[in-house]
Design a protein around this ligand. Sequence first.
Ligand SMILES: [Zn+2]
Length: 273
Amino acid sequence: MKPALLSLLSLFFLSACQVPSSISKSTATMPLGSELKVALPPLIVGLEAPTWEDVQPVEENAPSWSKPVNDTYTRVSTGRKVVAITFDDGPHPENTPRLLDMLKERRIKATFYVVGNMVKYSPQLIRRMIAEGHEIGNHTVTHGNLARMSDDALRKELQAAHDQIIAETGVTPRTMRPPGGAIKKSQKELMLREFGYPTILWSVDPEDWKRPGPAVVTSRLVNGASPGGILLVHDLHKPTVDAMPSTLDQLLAQGYEFVTVTELIELDEQVSD
Ligand SMILES: [Zn+2]
């Protein structure tokens, strides 16, 4: 990919993909049923981006959960010292391969919430993620604000990204993350009912997209981690990937085991009502 395109992608995500800190901080503790409202411009401004219209529906046999699942998770309750680390908004043509090398070296499994229009630029990278044991989650095609969409628009966003992930990897995504955490309770219920997707938010947000520096990202993640937690970061940003060796090594040294989001949900000891 040309450097100009890379910098354009980075510029876009710096300006568009991010959520004001006041919103992202409140998300983890917001009560179910409340709605976040964030402004997220369309993906990849200025580029001729592929869209979901050219994705063909696919046949699939979707795996099911072994137990009833909640419509939302910010973390799970477990006595095991596990965390799920999640990387959003990729795959990025340079940062993501570097991250995958770091994860492989440490035998760590992660979950990637990929954006359909990013996958179109680097489809080989989600195939590599699957080949190396990681999990792919649905982060929509255009990275728009789902809370402002009609149910039909929401379905199109999710279905197209869902089909695209299966078409590229042969693996069915099991969970989704709404861009910016913006989602309504009724939409969460729709996604669980129609797609089998729990909505995955997070327990730790280091606000890495504000580029506070790798050392700060590391300390926020390490200090914020707790058993059953979900860590949110973005493989779109180079300083975030730069923060990973130290972050991962410190958490491993503390005895944390890294699991994927679906594994984390299966470990949830909370009884659903
Ligand atoms: Zn995102």
